[in-house]
Design a protein around this ligand. Structure first.
Ligand SMILES: [Zn+2]
Length: 549
């Protein structure tokens, strides 16, 4: 339906709907289920020439402009503005005719400035694809490309140079290329993103933005170098989180090198309570293995073979990259192999957790009593709440019986406790002791009294965690001597590298500043990066991160 307001003698500016300074008077309103269209005239008496700025009253002609505006009652709003061309009044001006500026409409724009702003905000928050979907639902439809263009064209917010700066890296693609995120630790906002993590890039930034007094950073030498050369007066603080992670990685490597000792330490109580003899696997037993066990054995053999190949090629002097490509494994895995010095195999012969685990004692008893009928046992277990399949039960019986169907066990089969990986253990060791769960606390307690290298690893790692948490820079010297004296190559190396950066590490153990708030910002950045489906150019990523955080 259309109302021609002029016919009712009511050409008006709708002061409630359109503010008077919008400079438009509405002549007609057309309403359809999806769209409200306003026909409008510009009201200004004069217009200024864009060339000589002289105002003119001489109208040359009229032309139509159409632009989308913010929606109303869930309907899209369209302005159809009849605008005017004016003659320039200045003799000799090179613009004889010019178009008037329509309020709220940028030259050539198809959307009002306020709709453009709304699109930009959606783009900042959600990016192109998701933003476009939300826009359609909110009657603000636009294409993903347009949203991204709006985001890119936004001016970057200006920040005063931070007094306390947090520096951290982030991955564009993990292991491939990295950027740098700079945070104002006092105001807790992102100040800038750099497209790489080199000393040159950060140094250039410091020269353009002098004035940082404290710089909190990880222990990567590139950042240290940049601060030392480009901001030499700034106090450098080794970030506490990164310090803890450095120690954790070292602890993981040390534990991984002493797999057997770790396993023995964690298994002691099991042996004490369940003295059941597990027959040693002999080649002849192979045929007794279930298909799944045979597959597992095969894989284990494959891993061992691959490990030995890697070792051999490495001894021949081949590069990490070449070996990784030849063996088709990741470089990370290869480095792990060479570092640990044995096949990464923590739980040989472990069985996957199964629904039957809770019924294990019952199955043991029934098989011990001579029940080898899988169908019967499946029925009984069903009555006890088991909802799994029949095959699982059949396999469980087969594991407990020999070829003639006689029970193999001379007592309950021990429940193997889960043996955690070196990585998991290293995280548990670095955790605040009162925040360890009961099981993890048990692991750490046992490793702490295991003696030898394992005990030394746990003690060094826990001691360092305490230094960091209690901000005890005065304990660092003693810790370094202990690390040297431990005879553990991993900790010896760490002690050496800490000594090279000792002032910053001491500052990290005493200053209040830490990159804690940066981690949150890096996570937010990752979220934005993922939501852009890999089409995030650096400029776009930067625009979104700086404008939202
Ligand atoms: Zn002019």
């Amino acid at each position: 339906m259309t109302w021609h307001l002029a016919h009712c003698g009511a050409v008006m500016s709708f002061p409630e709907l359109f503010p008077p300074d919008i400079g438009l008077s509405i002549t007609a309103v057309t309403v359809t289920p999806d769209v409200i269209a306003f026909a409008a005239l510009t009201t200004a008496a004069t217009a200024s020439c864009p060339c000589c700025a002289q105002s003119s009253t001489r109208v040359h002609s009229r032309y139509a402009r159409t632009a989308a505006d913010l929606p109303w009652q869930g309907r899209r709003v369209i302005l159809r503005v009849t605008a005017r061309r004016f003659r320039c009044a200045t003799a000799g001006c090179k613009r004889t005719i010019f178009c008037e500026r329509v309020p709220t409409l940028a030259p050539h724009a198809r959307t009002t400035t306020r709709l453009t702003d709304a699109h930009r905000l959606i783009g900042f928050a959600l990016g192109g694809e998701a933003g476009s979907r939300l826009g359609a639902r909110l009657a603000l439809p636009t294409s993903p490309d347009t949203l991204l263009r709006r985001v890119k064209s936004a001016p970057l917010p200006a920040h005063p140079t931070p007094r306390v700066l947090g520096v951290d890296d982030f991955a564009f693609r993990k292991g491939v290329n990295y950027g740098t995120i700079l945070i104002d630790l006092e105001r807790r906002c992102v100040v800038d993103l750099l497209p790489d993590r080199t000393a040159e890039a950060l140094g250039a930034w410091f020269r353009q933005h002098p004035g940082a007094q404290v710089v909190s950073r990880d222990r990567a030498s590139a950042y240290a170098q940049a601060v030392t050369t480009a901001a030499p007066t700034a106090i450098q603080v080794a970030d506490r989180f990164h310090l803890l992670m450095n120690v954790r990685e070292v602890a993981e490597r040390a534990l991984a090198r002493h797999t057997t000792a770790v396993r023995n330490a964690l298994r002691t109580d099991e042996v004490a309570t369940a003295p059941v003899e597990v027959p040693p696997p002999a080649p002849a037993v192979e045929c007794l293995l279930t298909p799944r066990q045979q597959v597992a054995t095969g894989r284990r053999e494959h891993r061992r073979q691959r490990y030995e190949d890697a070792r051999r090629l490495h001894d021949q002097g081949q590069s990490i990259r070449a070996i990784a490509r030849a063996l088709r494994i990741s470089r990370g895995m290869l480095i792990n192999y060479l570092r640990t010095g044995h096949v990464a195999d923590w739980r040989p012969g472990r069985t996957a957790p199964s629904q039957l685990d809770v019924h294990r004692a019952y199955i043991d008893r029934r098989v011990g009593e001579g029940c080898c009928n899988a169908r019967e046992l499946h029925r009984e277990l069903g009555a006890r709440g088991y909802t799994g399949g029949y095959d699982q039960v059949r396999r469980a019986i087969r594991r407990r019986t020999d070829r003639d169907g006689r029970s193999r066990a001379r007592g309950p089969i021990p429940i193997r406790s889960e043996i955690p990986t070196a990585r998991r253990l290293s995280f548990e060791v670095m955790r605040r002791p009162d925040q360890r769960k009961e099981q993890a606390a048990g692991w750490v307690d046992r490793l702490r009294t295991a003696g030898g290298a394992v005990q030394a690893t746990i003690e060094l790692a826990e001691r360092f965690g305490a230094l960091v948490r209690e901000r005890r820079a005065d304990g660092l010297g003693e810790w370094l001597s202990r690390a040297d004296a431990s005879g553990l190559a991993e900790f010896g190396g760490l002690a050496r590298s800490i000594r090279q950066d000792e002032a910053a590490v001491r500052a990290g153990l005493s200053e209040a500043w830490s990159n804690g708030p940066v981690e949150g910002r890096v996570n937010r950045l990752k979220l934005i990066k993922r939501s852009m489906y890999g089409r995030a150019g650096f400029a776009l990523l930067k625009a979104r991160v700086l404008n939202t955080g």
